[in-house]
Design a protein around this ligand. Structure first.
Ligand SMILES: Nc1nc2c(c(=O)[nH]1)N[C@H]1C(S)=C(S)[C@@H](COP(=O)(O)OP(=O)(O)OC[C@H]3O[C@@H](n4cnc5c(=O)[nH]c(N)nc54)[C@H](O)[C@@H]3O)O[C@H]1N2
Ligand SMILES: Nc1nc2c(c(=O)[nH]1)N[C@H]1C(S)=C(S)[C@@H](COP(=O)(O)OP(=O)(O)OC[C@H]3O[C@@H](n4cnc5c(=O)[nH]c(N)nc54)[C@H](O)[C@@H]3O)O[C@H]1N2
Ligand SMILES: [Mo]
Length: 745
């Protein structure tokens, strides 16, 4: 599409793990992107506009600046020091192939690890291709869980047996009440569909409530009621709501009886003591403590009266949608808040009905995604993604109880890490100081390979550091983040900058040196793979246009989007359509947990558990403030932190309640030290009553920038977070932290 004689508009789409995928029209002039425009309601027609937000409109400023990595480099200083020397692509590929084989032969294939990395969240990524090459070459240690939804994902599998617990977002318009629980889609998107339909719900007069320790931007944007809750106590709030619902006889007993197992003593798995039921816990039959609103008030900070009203409103507005974000589950006992939400949806009969919402991770996949063909991983063993640091230090000791799957344990510690388009080596992982200490020792992990656009905190720990291409410099196919019914095509807009290369291209050369060239590429270029995978998908998604038409348009929005209400059939006839769990029912009581060693860490029912580093932890005497993170509109994780224009959108700061500040002699805008035993961050403070007393918050993703004393000046929350995995999912509880704050000198 040509506009001015020398300006071309090229169609592409956001490719980072951004919470949304938006249409990007890159205006290209003189070989560079000069401007970005995006989708409009007119262009979208009947469909939801896939409009770029401030991040998308800034891609060219973020990605095409002077700070790009330009050529391959090798480490010359100590690991992590950030000292590199330019090398040729030839030398880089040679070194990688040599280490790849040496480490496989010395320690076994399971000593090699491709790290969780989401900077390129398209059909093709360096991470997927690196795994493909590893699998062809004896295998590597794998991982499961994401950093996004580890707890809620596994909780949903445990209770429903599937992650597909969501209705399509347009169905929210059939609700009578919407509760957004630890959910802030104004900033986190969950695709453009989410706010589009929440705004329509608001216009329709559907009441919306936000449960969050912060009065988040979504509460402001929708003018919603805000129920402030103390972090990591949601499960106690949900218990007390369940108590009120039961006390008032408002539960959908028929649904519980027909579809669930473990709610009351009359519906327990055979052989399990009936007094282990959830109701027995709720009424205090077991421990003598009924889980009343008065019980929950001091734990959650929510007044008993508010809990009563919230419970009754949720149980009587039929149908109602209690929608969980991922904020309440990225916590030390995040499984329990996730399970508690599902339990309440079951109790109120909001599962399997239009306008209701089953809670949980709530995937709603109406169309299959294109897939890159992957051979099986011959090593077969996996760790939870958050445990890779543990596997560097003591992989050979890790066992199934630590979350190892596919075998009784691991053969080896991790000796080689491939980290492509990810910042989870340092910035996005927990406890940055401890992680850096582990990585600094080259006798533990012997070889670290990174590819990125910038000299990030993770990139500094590379032994070989390669320059990747941005979305403007390559082709790809983009899938929706959550609820979208479309596919996007990323057209190449400009030539790769400097000596930058897409990861596939140099991996193919590594494969060649390993004697796996043909097996790895099957004779295809990256573009060839796109066409191949797309055409394979077209066999089942027959509505899709031919490849060239799709490419030209840059977007395909499906027209035929079947109405799908999660668990509708199961609800109607659970005999004929059992839930995909072991018992065929929704497992409020988990026999799997009860029969395994997990029961020592995690209860079999969704009840409140006092989290480590919660308010009652003795550590709170030393570090009395809770600290949570959130995903800010000004970044996608660590992406855009180098973009000065975006700093103004939401300057990095610590949220603090004025009363907490007053007792510490702190004023708005002061520089403060936020610290605990793991590290120290120096940051400006913002005093606001949009946060609960006793709680502080810092948005996640800011670049770790330690000064000469090791104090972080970038506002990187992971200096303060812990590596402790959650009890059942073995996920990342990065929102559960205790800190103290003082005015900086
Ligand atoms: N702008 C932007 N959007 C993004 C991303 C990004 O980096 N930037 N990342 C994307 C990705 S990969 C993901 S996984 C998602 C993440 O999506 P989420 O995990 O849902 O996002 P968070 O901001 O971590 O949490 C949502 C809300 O939960 C609140 N919260 C924190 N602790 C608690 C608690 O104990 N109880 C309750 N009730 N609420 C709590 C936070 O204050 C926040 O307002 O976002 C996606 N969207
Ligand atoms: N404390 C705390 N930590 C968290 C979270 C939290 O809520 N709190 N959230 C967690 C979540 S949900 C997630 S998903 C993870 C995300 O963790 P990561 O996947 O590490 O996310 P990013 O910071 O987006 O890292 C992407 C990297 O890719 C690079 N990149 C971007 N585009 C390209 C490209 O086209 N090519 C190449 N080669 N590189 C590119 C960027 O420069 C950046 O270094 O973080 C987790 N970390
Ligand atoms: Mo995520």
């Amino acid at each position: 599409m040509e506009r001015a004689s020398d300006e071309k508009i090229i169609h592409t789409m956001g490719i980072n793990n951004c919470g949304g995928k938006c249409i990007i029209h890159a205006h290209v002039k003189n070989g560079t992107v000069v401007k970005i425009t995006t989708d409009t309601p007119e262009a979208a027609g009947d469909a939801v506009p896939l409009t770029a937000c401030v991040r998308g409109l800034n891609y060219h400023r973020t990605f095409l600046g002077d700070d790009r990595l330009r050529w391959p480099m090798k480490r010359v200083g100590a690991r992590g020091e950030g000292k590199f020397e330019r090398i040729s692509w030839e030398e880089a590929v040679e070194t990688i192939a040599r280490e790849w084989a040496r480490i496989r032969d010395t320690y076994g294939p399971g000593s090699r690890y491709v790290n969780y990395a989401t900077g390129v969240s398209g059909l093709l990524s360096g991470t997927k291709f690196a795994k493909r090459l590893m699998y062809l070459d004896g295998g590597c240690l794998g991982y499961y869980n994401s950093y996004s939804s580890a707890c809620i994902g596994q909780a949903t599998m445990q209770m429903y047996g599937t992650r597909e617990s969501g209705n399509p977002p347009e169905d929210w318009l059939n609700s009578k009440l919407i509760i957004l629980w630890g959910h802030n889609p104004v900033e986190t998107k969950f695709d453009c569909e989410t706010m589009f339909y929440l705004k329509k719900a608001k216009q329709k007069g559907i009441p919306i409530i936000v449960v969050d320790p912060r009065k988040n931007d979504t509460a402001l944007a929708l003018d919603a009621e805000w129920i402030p809750v103390l972090p990591a106590t949601d499960s106690a709030l949900l218990d007390a709501m369940a108590y009120v619902i039961w006390e008032n006889g408002l539960q959908d007993q028929d649904f519980l009886d027909r579809c669930c197992i473990g709610f009351d003593p009359g519906h327990m798995p055979t052989g399990v003591d009936p007094s282990e039921s959830y109701l027995s816990y709720l009424t205090g039959e077991k421990d003598g403590v009924p889980k009343t609103p008065e019980w929950a008030e001091p734990i959650t900070g929510v007044p008993a009266q508010t809990i009563r009203q919230l419970a009754i409103r949720y149980a009587t507005a039929k149908p109602a949608a209690l929608i969980q974000g991922y904020g309440a589950q990225r916590h030390a006992c995040g499984e329990q808040s996730a399970r508690g939400g599902m339990l309440l949806a079951c109790m109120t009969g909001n599962v399997g009905v239009s306008g209701g919402w089953a809670c949980g991770v709530a995937d709603c996949t109406r169309h299959a995604w294109p897939q890159l063909p992957m051979p099986a991983n011959p090593y077969g063993r996996q760790i939870p993604s958050y445990l890779w640091t543990e596997a560097v230090v003591r992989g050979h000791e890790l066992k199934p109880i630590d979350g190892v799957t596919g075998g009784d344990g691991l053969d080896s510690d991790i000796k080689m890490i491939v980290n492509l388009a990810g910042n989870c080596l340092i910035n996005q992982h927990g406890d940055v100081n401890r992680t850096a200490e582990i990585l600094r020792d080259p006798s533990k992990c012997e070889f670290i390979l990174c590819s990125d656009l910038f000299m990030t905190a993770s990139a500094k720990f590379a032994d070989i550091l390669l320059p990747g291409v941005s979305l403007f410099e390559c082709e790809n196919i983009s899938m929706p983040w959550k609820y979208g019914d479309f596919l996007g095509f990323n057209n190449q807009c400009i030539e790769p900058l400097y000596e930058c290369r897409f990861e596939y291209d140099w991996l193919a050369e590594v494969a060649e040196r390993l004697g796996l060239g043909q097996a790895f590429t099957e004779g295809r270029t990256a573009s060839g793979w796109l066409e191949h995978c797309y055409n394979a998908l077209r066999r089942t998604e027959t509505e899709l246009p031919d490849y060239e038409s799709f490419k030209r348009a840059g977007i395909y929005r499906y027209r035929n989007n079947p109405r799908h209400i999660a668990f509708e059939q199961e609800r109607k006839d659970p005999q004929k359509h059992p839930f995909p769990t072991a018992s065929g029912k929704i497992e409020i009581f988990s026999e799997r947990i009860d029969r395994t060693e997990y029961r020592d860490f995690c209860p079999a029912i969704p009840r409140y558990v006092e989290p480590p580093e919660g308010r009652q932890d003795p550590l709170s005497r030393k570090y009395p403030l809770q600290m949570i993170g959130w995903h800010t509109k000004r970044r996608c994780h660590s992406v855009h932190d180098n973009n000065a224009a975006l700093h103004r959108v939401d300057p990095q700061c610590l949220w603090m309640h004025p009363e907490d500040a007053a007792v510490r002699g702190i004023q708005d805008g002061d520089e403060v030290m936020v610290y605990n035993d793991r590290g120290q961050v120096r940051i400006a403070v913002k005093l606001t009553d949009r946060i609960v007393r006793g709680v502080t918050a810092m948005s996640q993703g800011a670049w770790y920038r330690p000064d000469e004393k090791g104090v972080d000046r970038g506002g990187s929350i992971n200096v303060l977070t812990s590596l402790r995995p959650t009890p059942y999912a073995r996920g990342n509880g990065q929102h559960t932290n205790l800190v103290e704050v003082r005015k900086a000198e």
